[in-house]
Design a protein. Structure first.
Length: 318
């Protein structure tokens, strides 16, 4: 039995919660994955996986094996990167996650990181806040970009590197056509949240953390909102305005991502002014790989922080 391979299959099953999808992710057949897991159970003398017609979770003993597997695979990755690279030329895969509204900034970060260190292969994933935090805790993620205000609830297990402070805008079709083609999206005058509540809005679905922030701003303005559309896709937030008759509430990073669209305008939302700190987070007790060390150096570099601020927040410098 190849112990490391079996441990990878176990972690893949945890991530995908499905035998077939875990096997596909590992580029093996489902019977091969099942046989490897049974061999793992024989090796440790315990039942690891609860089986029925489909995957039903892990046994208590399986949860302990899983936790050890995650640690062992991480240490193996640290050793591999240490042996195959040096501090000046880091190599290896780096798994990055971000809340959906911060994905434009993560994409810019991953591209700059790869340009500076061609040996690093960033994997950029869009995930919910809960999934980000769980990924850091079980070491399936190296670095996460999200809402640092949630960190106290994680019992001090995470550490953060502040990146930017997000502001919010109402995105709508411009009431007057732009003067001259190719000017792209325009930043309009401020609008009160209470006035925005009266418009047909496309908002994120209620389970998303960003939606709870937006709802809180509407409540603070004494407004009740009945969305015309809801979605769990930030791309749909913007495209519903481009292609339909609705408006949307977007953070600055998403507004910046659609700046090339003519005929749109973004109005800063006020009364109240909602600001949200966004930062990178990693697990405090996990030994960083060389790739993660390089990423953290970039995350603290003044030129990167200036770049991130230019494409997010209040967009005042744009």
């Amino acid at each position: 039995m190849n112990l490391l391979a079996s441990l990878r299959y176990l972690v893949a099953l945890h991530e995908h919660r499905h035998f077939g999808r875990a096997a596909q992710a590992c580029h093996i057949t489902q019977p091969a994955l099942s046989n490897a897991l049974r061999a793992l159970e024989k090796e440790f003398g315990v039942v690891v996986v609860r089986r029925g017609r489909s995957f039903e979770g892990f046994t208590p003993e399986g949860e302990r094996v899983l936790a050890s597997a995650q640690r062992m695979l991480h240490e193996h990755q640290v050793l591999q990167q240490d042996l195959s690279s040096d501090a000046a030329h880091p190599r290896g895969t780096l798994r990055l996650g971000a809340v959906p509204t911060a994905m434009p900034i993560l994409a810019r970060f991953a591209a700059q990181l790869q340009a500076r260190h061609p040996g690093i292969v960033p994997v950029a994933l869009s995930m919910s806040s809960q999934a980000l935090e769980a990924g850091l805790e079980n070491i399936s993620l190296d670095l996460a970009l999200g809402y640092t205000e949630r960190m106290p609830a994680r019992g001090g297990q995470l550490r953060a590197w502040p990146q930017y402070v997000e502001h919010y805008f109402l995105l709508r079709r411009a009431l007057w056509p732009p003067q001259g083609a190719g000017r792209g999206l325009q930043i309009g005058p401020p609008m009160a949240w209470a006035d925005a509540a009266a418009l047909p809005l496309c908002l994120l679905t209620p389970e998303m953390h960003n939606r709870s922030l937006v709802d809180g701003a509407f409540r603070a303005a004494g407004a009740t909102v009945m969305p015309a559309m809801e979605t769990d896709s930030v791309l749909t937030l913007a495209l519903s305005v481009v292609a339909g008759q609705v408006c949307s509430v977007l953070p600055g990073a998403l507004v910046d991502a659609v700046r090339g669209h003519d005929g749109l305008e973004a109005l800063p939302l006020t009364n109240p002014v909602l600001t949200t700190p966004i930062g990178f987070m990693s697990h405090r007790q996990v030994q960083p790989t060389r790739a993660l060390d390089a990423a953290l150096a970039l995350a603290q570099a003044p030129d990167w922080l200036q770049h991130a601020a230019l494409h997010s927040g209040s967009l005042a410098a744009g």
